[in-house]
Design a protein around this ligand. Structure first.
Ligand code: USQ
Length: 384
């Protein structure tokens, strides 16, 4: 298929591009390097240096023989995005081009504004580029499980049927996010739903949980192709952070009581899910929503798993509860439906001790690159 990946420089965008190109798809990536710029501004660089996109595409081509077309541009610029759509007329577009950090979105006005502008304007421009130049194109949008928050009732897969005074209607499941970043994803979903029901575009919105993983099949070809693996407080997700902390000899930073439960997914399963969704598009005029994670854990459970595996590897891992910098429920009900992707035949890779050992061995290889100054949280959810 002709696929356009927005946010192709990111932790998920680049491995997706390589996987799709390897499987014979015609892949173009766009990125404006926003995450790279924020990482430098906030001192949050990834564990391994990642060459810029043209260079990575060249390395990948020379090793694998597969080409990835690269465009450097800002998707909030409609002229740029619509010209690419007009030229390429993609059959599917995968939209990862969002400022992905909840802590960054909570730093101050400028960071909040940048997050809002980037995320909403990119989604809005994408919708219009599809409507004007590729109306059959399937939009695959990365949303987040955090859109739902942690309500005290079961979380359905995107939609909820409500009966009121003898009448029924199906609505988007209520959303109440816990950071401005997560709220931009709620706004994205609302925008997509408006244009789906009004103009009949074709959309899959993936409510993804925190992703973990150091490498993917194609990244194994050369370490310069690795996903940008962050362990800092801005871009690092909790499992990746704990792996690095275990290796660095820093006690695992459990925020507050540590009973916060989330649905987690291995980076290889993210790629698998996006490909399954792309191969099985919804019909026009449908907003299809999947809850994209494979297993749920509390932060304490993750800390215990990583410390057990780390200790088996003679790392002497300690766990430390620190004051929670976020405003979130530290104990809550969490029962989430997530069978949609399994019905599309997703084969999950679970967070086994063996998987954790493999990831930890990779991190150990780069132990001397770890900067422990990047580990403690710097951003609080309280207004400055
Ligand atoms: N946490 C700790 N200690 C840490 C880091 C995090 O206890 O050192 C806790 C957080 O307080 C939270 C949970 O671990 O309760 C998950 O935090 P996270 O930083 O792994 O994930 P989050 O900030 O929610 O965001 C990440 C991605 C985001 C994605 C989201 C999915 O950065 O792009 O949308 O995961 S979800 O969490 O389901 O909303």
């Amino acid at each position: 298929m002709r696929v356009l990946i927005l946010g192709g420089d990111g932790y998920l965008g680049w491995p997706t591009a390589m996987a799709f190109a390897s499987r014979g798809h015609d892949v173009t990536v766009i990125d404006n390097y926003l995450r790279r710029k924020i990482a430098v501004e906030t001192g949050s660089e990834a564990l391994l240096p990642n060459p810029e996109l043209f260079k990575r595409a060249d390395i990948f081509h020379s090793i694998s023989g597969h080409r990835i077309r690269v465009e450097i541009g800002d998707c909030t610029d409609y002229g740029m995005l619509s010209a690419i759509f007009k030229d390429l007329r993609p059959e599917a577009v995968v939209h990862y081009a969002e400022q992905p950090s909840a802590p960054y979105s909570m730093i101050n006005y400028d960071c909040a504004r940048k997050t809002l502008n980037n995320n909403i304007n990119t989604t809005f421009n994408l919708i219009w580029a599809v409507m004007e130049h590729a109306p059959e194109c399937h939009i695959i949008k990365l949303g987040t499980m955090g859109e739902y928050g942690t309500p005290n009732i079961d979380i359905e897969e995107g939609w909820i049927e409500i009966e009121r005074n003898g009448r029924k209607e199906t609505f988007l499941y209520p959303r109440q996010a816990g950071s401005l970043y997560h709220t931009t994803k709620v706004l994205d979903t609302d925008l997509l739903w408006f244009y789906v029901r009004t103009y009949g575009i074709r959309v899959t919105d993936l409510m993804q949980g925190p992703v973990y993983g150091v490498s993917t099949e194609e990244a194994e070809l050369d370490e310069r192709l690795f996903p940008n693996f962050h362990y800092d407080d801005i871009f690092g997700t909790v499992v990746n952070r704990f792996l690095v902390q275990a290796v660095a000899g820093v006690p695992l930073t459990v925020y507050g009581k540590g009973e916060q439960i989330r649905g987690y997914i291995n980076i290889n399963d993210t790629i698998q899910c996006v490909e399954l969704v792309m191969k099985n598009p919804p019909k026009k005029g449908e907003l299809r929503i999947f809850n994209q994670f494979t297993e749920k854990f509390s932060v304490n459970e993750i800390a215990e798993k990583i410390s057990r595996v780390g200790n088996q590897m003679k790392l002497n891992v300690k766990i430390m509860s620190i004051e929670n910098p976020r405003k979130e429920k530290e104990e809550h009900y969490y029962n989430v439906r997530h069978d949609g992707l399994l019905k599309l035949s997703l084969k999950p890779a679970y967070m086994t001790d063996e998987v954790l050992r493999g990831m930890m061995s990779k991190v150990i290889k780069y132990k001397n690159r770890i900067d422990i100054g990047k580990i403690m949280p710097r951003v609080s959810w309280r207004a400055a």
